[in-house]
Design a protein around this ligand. Structure first.
Ligand SMILES: [Zn+2]
Length: 197
């Protein structure tokens, strides 16, 4: 049985038995937060449970390392849509201990590309078009550095309202314990007023 057929079989039962009913909600996050976090499998259920988040509570944006690589890339766009169109009032960036992006080695990753059949020719073409693998695959020295880097891009973004706090956290990947490393309330202008409620 393939993964897809297994999923489809389960899915049919799930819908038939109306097991979705307890998850019914709408697209507007009840807790009015957007979370940028890592795709790490350890956080998959742990993170929402550890933050007391249920279906419908938050917009969760995930990628490798919770890193914003570009101010006008898809992760930042998601955050902006969540704020301007979905009622999000605060942004949480959550990195975690033991993140794979801290030890990312672009040279060995390129070797893995090759082992998976990506030709030197393709890699050369990319390099010649200005897509440098070393830059494209760059991680960060520590999860704290990654979170701080992302926070700076969000806070300084020209389309980011000044009254929206952006907080930084590191989560323990086993216990779910959160450590606040950058308090977004301290960083925003004191004109928040009613907007921050
Ligand atoms: Zn990670």
């Amino acid at each position: 049985m393939t993964i897809v057929s297994e999923i489809l079989e389960f899915n049919e039962q799930f819908v038939e038995q109306k097991r979705y009913e307890k998850y019914l909600t709408d697209k507007f996050p009840d807790k009015k937060v957007a979370i940028l976090t890592c795709m790490d499998t350890r956080l998959f259920e742990l993170l929402p449970k550890a933050l007391n988040l249920r279906n419908g509570d938050a917009k969760i944006i995930k990628n490798a390392g919770a890193i914003l690589t570009q101010p006008f890339g898809s992760a930042m766009r998601s955050i902006l849509i969540a704020i301007h169109d979905m009622g999000v009032k605060e942004v949480l960036v959550i990195g975690h201990h033991g993140c794979g992006m801290t030890q990312l080695d672009s040279v060995s990753l390129v070797e893995k590309f090759k082992a998976n059949g990506i030709s030197d020719e393709v890699l050369d073409t990319l390099e010649n078009s200005g897509i440098r693998m070393e830059r494209f695959l760059r991680g960060f020295d520590s999860p704290e550095d990654g979170v701080k880097h992302s926070i700076q891009i969000i806070r300084k973004h020209p389309l980011m309202p000044s009254f929206v706090p952006v907080h930084g956290f590191i989560m323990h990947s086993d216990t779910g314990k959160l450590e606040l490393i950058d308090d977004g309330y301290a960083a925003i202008e004191p004109l928040r007023g009613d907007e921050a409620k």
